[in-house]
Design a protein around this ligand. Structure first.
Ligand code: T46
Length: 136
């Protein structure tokens, strides 16, 4: 899996004068079932998150409110996404290094994840990630 496998997913949007509604079904709108949801909020200006890769975790990352940037890196190619709509999700496959920054004030980042939290699923060292990914 490489960076071309990561993509923006256009989620269903039910427009309504009372307010819009978006939903996500595991295995339908995203190519995995999710076992965990978590969210980042109250992110101070200038903060950076991420700085790691996951060995087996698949994720859908959604800007529920506000905006932020996600920088993806498979060790050969890099791509940056600016997320700013709650009906778009960024699918991130396993073995992709990611960094997040440029959080707007009041932004909320929600993640749907294929597995429960497991620290042993992380590469937090870029050199270790590169060795595992490309043997360099
Ligand atoms: C990603 C971005 C968007 C838990 O105990 N349970 C959890 O489910 C999570 C996600 C984290 N934690 C603990 C582990 C660390 O001690 O919370 C602390 C910070 O976690 P992490 O370094 O993963 O935080 P971020 O914001 O750098 O990254 C997270 C995701 O892990 C990551 O996959 O893409 O959010």
């Amino acid at each position: 899996m490489n960076i071309e496998d990561c993509k923006i997913i256009d989620l269903p949007k039910i427009s309504d004068p009372r307010g819009n509604l978006t939903f996500v079904e595991g295995g339908v709108h995203v190519p995995f079932d999710f076992q965990r949801a978590y969210y980042l909020y109250d992110v101070p200006g200038g903060a950076e998150r991420g700085g790691h890769a996951h060995k087996a975790l698949s994720q859908l990352i959604i800007a529920m409110s506000g905006s932020f940037d996600i920088h993806l890196d498979d060790g050969r190619n890099k791509k940056t996404y600016h997320l700013n709509r709650s009906y778009y999700g960024l699918y991130v496959c396993p073995m992709i290094w990611r960094e997040m920054d440029n959080f707007s004030s009041g932004s909320v980042c929600m993640v749907l994840a294929s597995h429960k939290y497991d620290e042993s699923d992380y590469y937090r060292d870029y050199a270790e990630f590169m060795r595992a990914r490309w043997g360099v």
